[in-house]
Design a protein around this ligand. Structure first.
Ligand code: NAD
Ligand code: TYD
Length: 338
């Protein structure tokens, strides 16, 4: 079985590549990644020498290169992670999100259609459902009401992928996961940014009133769900994958401060994100029923493990917080000063 993973040098993609190579010795993985600011081959140091692993640097939105790769590799399955994955960046400049998430997904689907790839797993997000009032929970049939260029581009790519299933009989599965956290996450997302700032005694910028609710999923639980769906999921179906743990941001930040041993005086309420979704909530009943998957990692344990990882990998943090990161940080946070 040869799997073409896209975006395998990112946070979730690299966890998936490590797990897939570890879990099944019959699998081979080809990792197609452009190595944007979010892609980092250090995340794959442990597998880079494996004879069952190949890295290809490339852009999923380069249709010709993608087509040639499919012709050469003839993958048995595609697991598609590559994306511009951050809401704030998609607000600062929407074009890369639209290009990669929408057009890049199109290029992959076209190549999969032409080369009759047996399975295309499109990794998506619960953000496509938009903000939900309490006590609503989105199941897979819930209307799509994305709020940001990021979530709109993901919703569009979900629909395009599903259309290839219906129109061209390409076996497509879409998964929609909640907010992931864990080691190797780029410190632009809530949890790693707050850990990294706390470690440096820098202010922890909380958007708005900090009462926005997210469902937290440990990254390895997500990857196990993807393996379960590859094994037992049905073509043409959508599967929600949540951690069954909803917390307001403020509470997450408090727990990070407790785990890092820092004072709550570092919490800083700053200007809100435009169109900030108030609450995400999803039902994962379908993936649990059909595949037997369930999240395993309790949040406090996962958070403690994550904090420990960032403490022990200061060099990784230092490396990814390069010049580009500083420019982004300045652009995103300078105008939010309270
Ligand atoms: P990430 O930003 O950490 O990694 C994205 C990877 O994609 C990077 O390695 C980057 O180099 C690569 N990439 C970007 N543009 C590319 C292009 N044009 N061609 C080839 N490679 C490109 O993202 P992540 O957090 O690991 O998310 C992975 C996937 O999971 C995304 O599709 C995202 O929408 C989805 N998802 C993420 C979360 C989350 O909480 N992070 C939750 C649900 C779903
Ligand atoms: P984020 O990790 O960007 O994920 P998403 O927006 O995709 O859910 O943000 C998680 C939540 O944390 C979201 O409600 C926005 C909030 N947030 C802050 O309050 N401050 C920050 O500096 C960041 C990055 C996020």
């Amino acid at each position: 079985m040869k799997i073409l993973v896209t975006g395998g040098a990112g946070f979730i993609g690299s966890a998936f590549v490590r797990m897939a190579l570890d879990e099944d010795t019959a699998w081979r993985v080809v990792n197609l990644d452009k190595l944007t600011y979010a892609g980092n081959l250090e995340n794959l140091a442990g597998v880079s020498e494996s004879p069952r692993y190949r890295f290809v640097r490339g852009d999923i939105a380069d249709g010709g290169a993608v087509m040639r790769l499919f012709a050469g590799e003839k993958p048995d399955a595609v697991v598609h992670f590559a994306a511009e994955s951050h809401v704030d960046r998609s607000i600062l400049s929407p074009e890369p999100a639209v290009r990669t998430n929408l057009y890049g997904t199109f290029c992959l689907l076209e190549a999969a259609r032409v080369h009759q790839t047996p399975l295309f797993l499109h990794v998506s997000t619960d953000e496509v459902y938009g903000s939900l009032e309490e006590p609503l929970e989105a199941d897979e049939n819930f209307p799509l009401q994305p709020s940001s260029p990021y979530s709109a581009s993901k919703a569009g790519s979900d629909l395009l992928a599903l259309s290839y299933g219906k129109t061209f009989k390409l076996p497509v599965i879409v998964t929609r996961a909640s907010n992931n956290y864990g080691p190797y996450q780029f410190p632009e997302k809530l949890i790693p940014l707050m850990i990294s700032n706390a470690m440096e005694d820098k202010p922890l910028p909380i958007y708005g009133d900090g009462m926005q609710v997210r469902d937290w999923l440990f990254v390895d639980d997500h990857c196990r769900a993807l393996l379960a769906v590859l094994d037992k999921g049905r073509a043409g179906e959508i599967y929600n994958v949540g951690g069954s743990l909803a917390l307001p941001n403020k509470e997450v930040v408090r727990r990070i401060l407790a785990a890092t041993g820092k004072s709550e005086s570092l919490m800083r309420y700053v200007a809100d994100r435009p169109a900030h979704d108030r609450r995400y909530a999803l039902s994962s009943e379908k993936v649990m029923r059909e595949t037997g998957w369930a999240p395993r990692m309790p949040f406090d344990e996962g958070l403690a493990l994550t904090v420990r990882w960032y403490r022990e990998n200061i060099d990784w943090v230092r490396h990814v917080k390069s010049g580009e990161y500083m420019q982004y940080y300045e652009r995103n946070y300078a105008h939010r000063e309270p």
